[in-house]
Design a protein around this ligand. Sequence first.
Ligand SMILES: *[C@@H]1O[C@H](CO)[C@@H](O)[C@H](O)[C@H]1NC(C)=O
Ligand SMILES: *[C@@H]1O[C@H](CO)[C@@H](O)[C@H](O)[C@H]1NC(C)=O
Length: 220
Amino acid sequence: MYFISGLALPIILASSGALAAVTPVQRSALDLPELTLRGEIMSFDSSAVFKRHAAGSPAPLASRAAFNLKDASVAFATTLLPPNVNGGGVAYQSGYVDNGVQSASLIQTHNSVPITNAIANVNFNMAGQVTSYTCAFVNPTTFMNSVPNVTPQSFLPQVEAALNATYTASPTNQMTLQYFVKDNTANLAYVFQVENASTGAAYEVYVDSVTRQILSAVSL
Ligand SMILES: *[C@@H]1O[C@H](CO)[C@@H](O)[C@H](O)[C@H]1NC(C)=O
Ligand SMILES: *[C@@H]1O[C@H](CO)[C@@H](O)[C@H](O)[C@H]1NC(C)=O
């Protein structure tokens, strides 16, 4: 297996990757500053994931002379987007070729901001035909502004105190912006990991860029 480099989106997905990481759900929003985490682990709603097997369906760009996994997977996944959503898009994350299968991972975007867990995986055969795909794209009724209102400095101390863990920026732990969908609203969230070196506890945290609420803290 070898990886084909694509657009290097600074997205942190569960390290085991892609759709295998789907787990049962419990979501809640925790208010600052009286925030406590009582062992609730929030994850994402796997009910939205659907799978299709499309044996030998021609991919939109399959007729191109040179098959390009990124272009072909973006073109195919774009057809899976909810219709009539302005600003909607798809970003290629990674891909590989292994044992006669060309596989690509993609994420849904809105105004170029990735939407948390709204991912797709598309598999092609060596003839460039789609053989199967999974898709967890979403269609929230409201998208908040794609520019944050608050700075990380304005919530980091409270978040670190609430989770007993600290944020240390590094190449693998950069704070990024993602849309986090909750109750049909796509909230713009700062996403980063906090860790407590002495207890080993670590969380991926989603903080609302308007209200400073912790939208989700996923135990890593
Ligand atoms: C943080 O530490 C305090 C004191 O040790 C403890 O009461 C609290 O439950 C901890 N919170 C978490 C999320 O671990
Ligand atoms: C790590 O967790 C322990 C126990 O909850 C807590 O006392 C300590 O302050 C935490 N460290 C950080 C950096 O939050």
